[in-house]
Design a protein around this ligand. Structure first.
Ligand code: ADP
Length: 517
C-alpha cells in the first residue's frame, strides 16, 4: 500500500510540481532579462526625445542659414548687406554674422554689429583654426548639402560660432559664420520644443557642461538627477538632460519585478498546497481501501466465532450430551450471550450503514443519563463479572434530565464499555462515572488497560480504524464502534473527551449539552 502511495506521490511530483518548479525558476531567472529590456525601452524613449530636440534645434539654425544664403545670393550687394544687418540685429539669438571670401587676400565682412577690430581679427583666426572643418563643409556643399558646423571657440565668451558655406557660383563659396548666444537660443527658440517634448511626463533641462549650471529647465528639478544626457549637436559643451517625472525608471522596474515575484510565489504556493491536498486525499483513499478490506476479514471472523459457539452448544444440548441441569444452564447462557454478541455486531453494521447513508434518525426525549448507565450496567453485570472484571459506578444524583435519544446513547455507552473490556489486558478494573461539566451532562468509562498512543488517539474515531499492534491485533473488532459513538455524540451536539496513556489505561467521557426546555 505504501508503495502505491509513494508511486502516486512521485507521479504528482513529476506531472505537476516539477513542471511548476521549472516554470517558476525559469520565470524568476528571466525577470532580470525582462528588467533589462524594460530599462532599454525606457532609455530608448528618453534618447529619442533628446534626439528630436537636437533635430529641431538643427532645423531652426538651418532655416537661418537658408535665409542668409538667399540674401547673399542676391546680386545687389548694398541691399544684401543691409538685409543681413537687419537679419542679424532682429534675431536676438544671433550676436552677429560674418562672411569670409577666400580670395588671395581674404575679404571679410561683418553684419549686424557696429564694427570692431577685435572681432574682425577673431573671425580670421576662426577660419584659420578650422581649415579642416571648412574643407569638410565644402565637400558636403559640392554634394548639394549645406552642413552647419560649430567651430572651435575663438570669439567672445558666452557665444558660439556656427559656420556654413553659401554658394556664390559654381566652385565659388562664401564662408559664413553665425555667432550665436546659446542661452538666448535655448530660452527663446528651443523652449517651445522642449516644453512640448516634456509634456507632463518628463523634465528636460539644458546644462552648460563647463560650469555645470542648468541654463534652462522645463520644470524645477528639486534635487533630482537626470536619467539620460546628450550633447547639443550645434552648441559644444552644452547638453540636454531628461528625467521621468514622479517615479524613476528604476523604481518602476523594481516595483514591477516585486509584483512579478509575488505573483509567481503565490501561484507556486497555491499549486503546492493543491498538490499536498490531492496527495493527502489520495493517500487517505488508498488507506481506506486497505482498511475496508481488513474490515471484511475482521467482520467475517467476528461473525464466525459466536456462530460456531452457538452451533456447538446447541448441538450438544440437542443430542442430550449435557448431563446436569447446571451444565445445561451454562450452555444456554453461552448460547444467549453469543447470540447477543451476534446481534450487537449485526446491529452496529446496520447502524453504521444507515449512518453512512445519512439515514439514521434520532428520537430525542427527556432522559437521565443515570438511567441509561443503570440499564446498561444491569444488562452487562453478568457479562463483566463472568469475564473477571471488577467495576464501580459513581453516579451524580443531581444530574438533570436532558433531551437525548436514549437508545442511541445506550449504544454509545455499550461500545465504550465494550472497548474497556476488550483492551484491558490483565488489569480487569473499570470505573464508571456520571456528572455535569460546563453545561453538559456526561458519563465516563475508565479502564487501566493497554492505553492508546497519542498518534493513534486522533485516528480511533475514524471508521474502520484499528490499532495495528499488540493486544488489539488479537482482539476481535470491526473498527466501527468508536466511529458510531462519534456519530451519535455529534448528532447530540455533544463532545468526546479522551485521556489515554500507553500501558496505563484510557478514560472516555461523552458529554451531552444541557438543553433548556
Ligand atoms: P474495534 O471494533 O476495533 O474495537 P473501535 O472503533 O471501537 O473498533 O475502536 C477503534 C480502535 O481504538 C480499537 O481497535 C483499539 O485499537 C482502540 N481503542 C478503543 N478503545 C480503547 C481502549 N479503551 N483502550 C485501548 N485502545 C482502545
Amino acid at each position: 500500500m505504501n508503495r502505491t502511495v509513494r508511486k502516486i506521490g512521485l507521479i504528482l511530483f513529476l506531472i505537476i510540481l516539477l513542471p511548476v518548479i521549472i516554470f517558476i525558476t525559469y520565470q524568476l531567472s528571466t525577470l532580470n532579462e525582462d528588467e533589462a529590456v524594460i530599462r532599454k525601452i525606457y532609455g530608448d524613449q528618453l534618447e529619442s526625445i533628446l534626439f528630436s530636440v537636437n533635430q529641431s534645434s538643427e532645423d531652426i539654425v538651418s532655416n537661418w542659414a537658408g535665409d542668409i544664403e538667399e540674401i547673399i545670393q542676391r546680386n545687389d550687394i548694398p541691399e544684401s548687406k543691409a538685409m543681413l544687418d537687419s537679419f542679424a540685429s532682429s534675431n536676438t539669438a544671433i550676436n552677429y554674422i560674418f562672411s569670409v571670401k577666400e580670395t588671395e587676400k581674404p575679404e571679410i565682412n561683418f553684419y549686424g554689429i557696429k564694427g570692431s577690430d577685435s572681432v574682425r581679427i577673431n573671425a580670421v583666426k576662426i577660419i584659420d583654426a578650422n581649415k579642416e572643418n571648412i574643407n569638410k563643409l565644402r565637400t558636403y556643399k559640392r554634394g548639394g548639402y549645406r552642413k552647419i558646423e560649430p567651430v572651435d571657440e575663438a570669439d567672445t565668451p558666452g557665444s558660439k560660432t556656427l559656420v556654413f558655406l553659401a554658394q556664390l557660383s559654381k566652385e565659388n563659396y562664401l564662408i559664413v559664420g553665425m555667432v550665436i548666444r546659446p542661452i538666448v537660443f535655448v530660452d527663446e527658440y528651443l523652449r517651445p520644443k522642449l516644453q512640448s517634448s516634456a509634456q507632463e511626463k518628463f523634465i528636460i533641462n539644458v546644462v552648460n557642461d563647463i560650469t555645470g549650471q542648468a541654463v534652462y529647465s522645463t520644470e524645477e528639478m528639486g534635487g533630482l538627477q537626470v536619467q539620460q544626457k546628450k550633447s547639443l549637436w550645434l552648441i559644444p559643451n552644452f547638453s540636454l538632460g531628461i528625467l521621468l517625472k514622479g517615479r524613476t525608471i528604476d523604481s518602476l522596474v523594481n516595483e514591477r519585478q516585486g509584483e512579478n515575484i509575488l505573483m509567481l510565489s503565490l501561484v507556486g504556493i497555491v499549486l503546492i498546497i493543491g498538490v499536498i491536498v490531492v496527495f493527502r486525499t489520495i493517500k487517505k483513499e488508498v488507506e481506506l481501501a486497505q482498511i475496508k478490506s481488513d474490515f471484511v476479514s475482521n467482520v467475517s471472523h467476528e461473525l464466525r466465532t459466536p456462530l460456531a459457539l452457538i452451533t456447538m452448544f446447541a448441538e450438544t444440548l440437542e443430542l442430550g450430551r449435557a448431563k446436569s441441569e447446571e451444565k445445561k444452564k451454562e450452555y444456554y447462557t453461552i448460547i444467549s450471550q453469543e447470540a447477543n454478541r451476534l446481534s450487537r455486531i449485526v446491529n452496529s453494521i446496520l447502524n453504521f450503514s444507515r449512518m453512512e447513508a445519512g439515514k439514521r434518525v434520532f428520537n430525542f426525549n427527556p432522559v437521565n443519563l443515570n438511567d441509561v448507565v443503570d440499564k446498561v450496567t444491569g444488562t452487562y453485570d453478568f457479562h463483566l463479572h463472568s469475564k473477571g472484571f471488577e467495576y464501580s459506578v459513581n453516579k451524580d444524583n443531581t444530574l438533570p434530565t436532558v433531551k437525548l435519544d436514549g437508545e442511541a446513547v445506550a449504544e454509545a455507552f455499550i461500545n465504550v464499555l465494550d472497548n474497556a473490556v476488550k483492551y484491558s489486558g490483565d488489569k480487569k478494573m473499570i470505573e464508571i462515572k456520571t456528572g455535569t461539566s460546563d453545561q453538559n451532562v456526561y458519563f465516563e468509562v475508565r479502564d487501566f488497560g493497554i492505553g492508546i498512543s497519542e498518534e493513534n488517539q486522533k485516528k480511533i474515531f475514524d471508521k474502520f480504524f484499528r490499532v495495528q499492534s499488540g493486544l488489539v491485533h488479537e482482539t476481535k473488532g470491526t473498527g466501527l464502534g468508536l466511529s458510531l459513538v462519534k456519530h451519535i455524540v455529534d448528532a447530540h451536539k455533544g463532545k468526546i473527551e479522551l485521556q489515554s496513556k500507553l500501558g496505563e489505561g484510557t478514560s472516555v467521557r461523552l458529554l451531552f449539552p444541557i438543553t433548556k426546555s
